[in-house]
Design a protein around this ligand. Sequence first.
Ligand code: ARG
Length: 605
Amino acid sequence: GDETSTSVATQTQEPAAVGAGSVKQQLSKLVTASLRTTVPEVEVEPMVEVCTAKFGDYQCNNAMGLWSRIKGSGTSFKNPNAIGQAIAKNLPPSDIIESTSVAGPGFVNIVLSNSWVAKRIQDMLVNGIKTWAPILPVKRAVLDFSSPNIAKEMHVGHLRSTIIGDTLARMFEFSNVEVLRRNHVGDWGTQFGMLIQYLFEKFPNWEEIGSQAIGDLQTFYKASKHRFDGDPEFKDRAQQAVVRLQGGEERYRAAWNKICEISRNEFDLVYKRLNVKLEEKGESFYNPYIPQVLEELDNKGLIKESEGAKVIFIEGHQIPLIVVKRDGGFNYASTDLAALWYRLNVEKAEWIIYVTDVGQQQHFDMFFSAARMAGWLPDPKEKKFPKTNHVGFGLVLGSDGKRFRTRSTEVVRLIELLDEAKSQSKSELLQRLTENGKIVDWTEEELEKTSEAVGYGAVKYADLKNNRLTNYTFSFEQMLSDKGNTAVYLQYAHARICSIIRKSNKDVEELKMSGAISLDHPDERVLGLYLIRFAEVVEEACTNLLPNVLCEYLYNLSEMFTRFYTNCQVVGSPEETSRLLLCQATAVVMRQCFELLGITPVYKL
Ligand code: ARG
């Protein structure tokens, strides 16, 4: 395409407009202003993307769409390229932009000013990376994640939900969204009648011996299920026990509490190892709200009788959503409707996000539709919020390509899995340190902390780096490898930058206040531009609920750093100060990525 360059005047600008929001958000503001001048009669959203061609750093793609909207309407523009030219010319003066050019059918290529990029990085070093938080369009979100079931095994699916949900929560929190981290545990339902009745009959003195009576909860669950399935009279008593529990009878409540407490303690072991914070509001919490919520839905004419059950028919679905079972009991769907009502009306959340395996997608589709039919959620064409999203994820597979299990065909015990990751990472660390004769520099505590950070981090990263919808194969060998796109490789990359800075014997705290960054070498510029993309990457990961977007960024950043470090001498060069500051900025951004992924960064390896 033909290239025409326009230099943007910058003299009359206010100083240091480093500004809030991502680079893309800031450029979008400029483009919006230009569009208002260029085509005042049309309302249009700015389209700014990272540039795919070599002519610019970012590009504005509005011209082509605008042309098809206004051609033939007596516009004075001759073609889309002319609109592109006008968009470029009408950009308000700004110290962000060095120059623009218009290519082909009207792409406006934007070259960022080196000094602005450098200033933005230096500003982050001085004022903290929090100044690079993107601006998201919501103030409060509910993240419903982890959510295992009481008395049942917490399996790898719950582990995925925990890891993915925690990362999303961290990214939202970093972006100044208040996040209600909700553990929607399955703590209500018919299985409790069975468990309580079994407890009463097998251990009449359970109140004295407490947790010992139940011992291992999974074994206890199996034993009571066995009894339930094999003894019809016991089954009857168990069913009466549910009624008495739900009626609020003291003794039954106490037994229920005990069972929940044992499960909770087990879940907490996993959360502690993973450093995940959650607030439990289980299914039982919403139970009292169900009748009034169903009444509201009934008043709106949504509830129908079908084969003795109460249901909601939903367009596009063969079977209706059951909200009251034939026996009159509530279920998963009625609980979720009540929980959604609560989250919208009491907690006033604008975005409600559920993290479970893709197998539950239909359930979420259906009750989201029901909520839309009830007018709880706006038509997405008119208003974007409040909104709900199901964040689905695929299976974890074993090396045999089947659902991941341990040797014993039992579902994997999560605690053992995490402990194994730590112990393998520890033995590899020990081996390496011994070989390099460095073992003497390490205290036992450092070894422990580092193996945990590396081991648990490896499990998390192996999960998060894939698009969440795809299945992935669980392999300690792969995730703990120090080559390729792994947490271990990234931890090494980060620790190496820290050691470059340490060995320079310069005080970066001082450098960042007195020195200046310049980006004259092409590899410095590439690294600098990638660093300042951080905010828009977090924004994209949040908007599309895709943690892998951040992993990809982190990995690419480490590659770009390597290229920079290979081609640009740091210590002892005339550019030493500027380059040490670039090292520092890379380390800070990498650490923030680790932080958002729930991985503890390591400074020495
Ligand atoms: N307890 C459910 C399970 O283990 C997950 C709950 C997800 N959250 C929700 N609001 N439905 O599959």
